[in-house]
Design a binder for this molecule. Structure first.
Ligand SMILES: NC(=O)c1ccc[n+]([C@@H]2O[C@H](COP(=O)([O-])OP(=O)(O)OC[C@H]3O[C@@H](n4cnc5c(N)ncnc54)[C@H](O)[C@@H]3O)[C@@H](O)[C@H]2O)c1
Length: 330
C-alpha cells in the first residue's frame, strides 16, 4: 500500500484534531470528508487540497474507497454510520462514547469482528507517557485505593448538554478516566454512583435545555480488589479550583496524576521530581493506527472496539446506578 486513503465522518472539533495529525503524515491521503454541515467538510477539502466534501456518509462511501474512516460525530449519531462502513469492509477509528445504547455498540462490535476489520477507539490517554509510566510503576505494587475526578465546566457544543444526545458527562467525558482505571487495574466487578443537580441554571450558564447531572461520585470495585472513587462535575466557573486526574495509593508509594499534564510520585525517599507529559498522545494514537492499517499488525493498538465496549458498559452502569440507586454488577 503506497498511501493510506483516509475519509472522515464528522468534521467538527475532534475530527479536526485527527485531521491535523493525519495531515502531517506523508503516507496518508484524504479521499473524502463528510459532515451534515457541508461547509465544515468543504473547509477540510480546502485546507488539505485533497478529497471531496459530502453531506451524506452513504454517498461518500458509495463514491470513494478509503482504507480507513475516522468517525467523530455526536454520541447519539452512532449506529447506521458504522454498519455502513462495516458493510463496505472499511477499517475504522471511532470516538468515544461509541454509542449511547449498549446493544448498538455490541452489534457494531460483532459485525466488525465478523469482517476482521481493524478498529480503534479514541481513548487517547492510553498512549500518553504518563499513563504508561503509572502502569509500569504499579505493576509490582500493592494498590488499595484510588481517588480521582474529571471536574470542570460545560463544553460549548450544543449536543453535550442533554442526556439524550451526549449520555451525560460520565459517559461522554469522564469515560476517559474510567477507561484509564481499566487500563491500570483490570476489569471492574461492580459500581455504585450517586449524582446531583441544582447548581447549573440553564439561563445563567447560557445552556438552554441542559438536563445532565451537575456532579456525581462513583465507587468502582475491581476484580483485583482495588476500590476507586471517581468524581465527575461540570458546574465549576471562575474561582472554583478543581483538580482533574487521579491519585493512586500504593502500600509504599503514592502517585498523583494531573490530567494530561504531570505525574508526581512519592515513596520512601519523599516526592520525586515531577514527570511531565511527553509527546501529545492523539498523534501517537493516530500514527499507531495508520501503521496497523498499513502492516496489518494490530499489536500496538491499545484500545480496539471490543476492549472499549467494556469502558462504555462501565459508564452506562454508572448512569443505571444513578437512576435506580442500586449497585450494578458488571
Ligand atoms: N477522544 C477525545 O479526547 C475526544 C475529544 C473531544 C471529543 N471527542 C468525541 O468526539 C465526538 C465528536 O465530538 P466533537 O467535539 O467533534 O463534536 P462537534 O460537534 O464539534 O463535531 C461533530 C460533527 O459531526 C457532525 N455530524 C453530526 N451528525 C452527523 C452525521 N450523521 N454524519 C456526518 N456528520 C455528522 C456535526 O455537524 C459536527 O460537525 C464525541 O463523541 C466526543 O465525545 C473525543
Amino acid at each position: 500500500m503506497s498511501k493510506v486513503k483516509a475519509a472522515l465522518i464528522g468534521c467538527g472539533g475532534r475530527n479536526g484534531v485527527h485531521f491535523s495529525k493525519l495531515l502531517e503524515f506523508e503516507d496518508v491521503e484524504f479521499v473524502g470528508f463528510c459532515d451534515i454541515i457541508l461547509e465544515r467538510a468543504q473547509n477540510m477539502v480546502d485546507k488539505s487540497g485533497q478529497g471531496k466534501a459530502y453531506e451524506c456518509f452513504k454517498t461518500m462511501l458509495d463514491e470513494v474507497t478509503p482504507d480507513v474512516v475516522y468517525i467523530a460525530v455526536p454520541p447519539h449519531q452512532h449506529g447506521d454510520i458504522e454498519m455502513y462502513v462495516i458493510e463496505k469492509g472499511i477499517n475504522f477509528m471511532v470516538e468515544k462514547p461509541m454509542a449511547l445504547d449498549y446493544s448498538v455498540a455490541e452489534k457494531i462490535c460483532k459485525a466488525a469482528k465478523a469482517k476482521n476489520l481493524i478498529t480503534g477507539v479514541g481513548f487517547q490517554d492510553r498512549y500518553q507517557n504518563l499513563t504508561q509510566i503509572m502502569k509500569d510503576y504499579i505493576a509490582d505494587k500493592k494498590v488499595g485505593l484510588v481517588s480521582g475526578g474529571w471536574m470542570g465546566g460545560i463544553p460549548g457544543v450544543e449536543w453535550w448538554r442533554t442526556m439524550e444526545t451526549s449520555g451525560g458527562q460520565i459517559v461522554e467525558q469522564n469515560i476517559h478516566l474510567f477507561d484509564q482505571l481499566r487500563f491500570l487495574f483490570g476489569e471492574p466487578v461492580s459500581v455504585y454512583c450517586s449524582a446531583g443537580k441544582g447548581i447549573v441554571d440553564g439561563d445563567e450558564y447560557g445552556v438552554p435545555g441542559y438536563n445532565v447531572d451537575d456532579y456525581s461520585s462513583a465507587v468502582v470495585t475491581f476484580e483485583n480488589g482495588v476500590v476507586a472513587n471517581l468524581f465527575t462535575s461540570c458546574y465549576h466557573v471562575g474561582g472554583s479550583a478543581t483538580n482533574s486526574g487521579m491519585t493512586v495509593y500504593c502500600k509504599d508509594a503514592t502517585l498523583e496524576y494531573s490530567l494530561r499534564y504531570q505525574l508526581k510520585i512519592h515513596d520512601k525517599d519523599g516526592w520525586h521530581e515531577p514527570i511531565m507529559r511527553g509527546e501529545e498522545q492523539t498523534g501517537i494514537m493516530d500514527r499507531i493506527f495508520i501503521d496497523a492499517i498499513k502492516t496489518g499488525d494490530t499489536s500496538k493498538i491499545l484500545s480496539d472496539y471490543e476492549d472499549a465496549l467494556k469502558s462504555l458498559k462501565l459508564t452506562l452502569a454508572c448512569n443505571e446506578s444513578i437512576a435506580t440507586g442500586n449497585v450494578i454488577k458488571l
